[in-house]
Write a protein that binds this ligand. Structure first.
Ligand code: NAP
Length: 311
């Protein structure tokens, strides 16, 4: 039987990815949407403005996909779990690490599933990169994540507020690839976070990582002011001389300069396949590694004020 699911927060990602991927997956049936603005897709039998009403009025809902901004995710997820529903968390999974930790405890207590989704990890090129790097020692890492915030996040005020994470909203996608493919953990050693004078979240960041052992040159550069061609690249070199690059957000893999994987992104199809498995096996999947790096960058990062930014 298909899992009956509700969507909470019907913004860009819910419309662009969750709705079509739920529709395309016979293991799920969309039964309800909770949208503060009162949006209702044709596919949903029920629609509510208040997610609490949805949880109360539609008892057949087994799980909810929480597609709101991160600042409000914890409260909604906690209430859904306590109402006996499993939860799929968009990235970033919460506003703080402690909130995420608590969601895992609550899910275990009530015997429901909590699933932290890191969509960028669901690319074949990322899996192949992880396999290629397994067991090697890393000499160099360069993450370049530069995009145009006006193009990708028009009018999203929450992203500039404290807890919206600013440039780390896309940057966490890069970090989720890094934590997935690196054969050993990396740590934030130094971070310069550039805050526009009129904003509470950074527009750019330069990060230096350290490795668990050995000296290595490990860097990331995030920037939201890139117009023209957009860059979502991760380059890695091992001590033994293997050079690998993931390009275009993790959809292309080059090894030694040769293109090895070039496949269109089917990230959310993979997310819903995994969610089906977790629900069937009554398991949770809580991966906090990318989120810890973001928290550490904010914890030890140096704040630099840069010129004001208007949308
Ligand atoms: P968005 O377009 O601003 O949509 C978020 C929606 O959440 C809003 O449209 C609103 O929908 C609802 N919402 C806003 N404030 C709320 C509140 N206080 N309480 C409850 N619901 C609230 O943002 P988005 O781009 O879809 O991003 C949502 C999440 O998905 C973020 O965490 C983001 O990092 C992640 N994500 C985004 C993308 C992308 O390409 N945009 C990709 C992957 C992941 P209603 O009026 O319908 O309730």
């Amino acid at each position: 039987m298909a899992h009956k699911i509700g969507i909470i927060g019907f913004g860009k990602i819910a419309q662009d990815q969750h709705l079509p991927n739920i529709k395309a997956n016979p293991d799920f049936e969309l039964v309800a949407v909770a949208s503060q603005r009162g949006l209702k897709p044709d596919e949903a039998k029920h629609a509510f403005q208040d997610y609490r009403e949805m949880l109360k009025e539609v008892p057949e809902i087994e799980a909810v996909a929480i597609c709101t901004p991160p600042q409000v995710r914890y409260q909604i997820a906690r209430e859904a779990l306590l109402a006996g529903r499993s939860v799929l968390l968009e990235k970033p999974p919460a506003a703080t690490l402690s909130e995420l930790y608590d969601l895992k405890l609550v899910a275990d207590k009530v015997g429901r599933t909590v699933f932290t989704t890191w969509h960028a990890q669901y690319n074949k090129a990322v899996h192949e990169a992880k396999k290629a790097l397994a067991g090697w020692e890393i000499k160099r890492l360069l993450v370049t994540w530069k995009e145009d915030v006006r193009h990708w996040h028009p009018g999203q005020e929450w992203i500039w507020q404290a807890g919206g994470f600013g440039v780390f909203d896309p940057g966490i996608n890069a970090l989720s690839i890094v934590t997935c493919i690196m054969p050993e953990p990396v740590f934030i050693q130094k971070a310069d976070l550039q805050f526009p004078a009129n904003r509470d979240a950074p527009i750019a960041a330069n990060i230096q990582f350290s490795a668990a052992h050995g000296a290595a040159d490990l860097q990331a550069v995030f920037d939201w002011r890139q117009t023209g061609p957009q860059t979502w690249d991760i380059e890695v070199e091992t001590v033994q001389g293997l050079a690998l690059a993931l390009r275009e957000g993790g959809t292309k893999l080059e090894i030694g300069g040769k293109l090895m994987v070039d496949e269109p992104s089917e990230e959310y199809a993979g997310i819903y396949q995994s969610f089906d498995t977790l629900l069937n096996e009554r398991r949770s999947d809580v991966d906090d590694a990318p989120f810890r790096l973001v928290a550490d960058a904010f914890m030890i990062g140096r704040r630099v004020q840069v010129e004001a930014f208007e949308d």
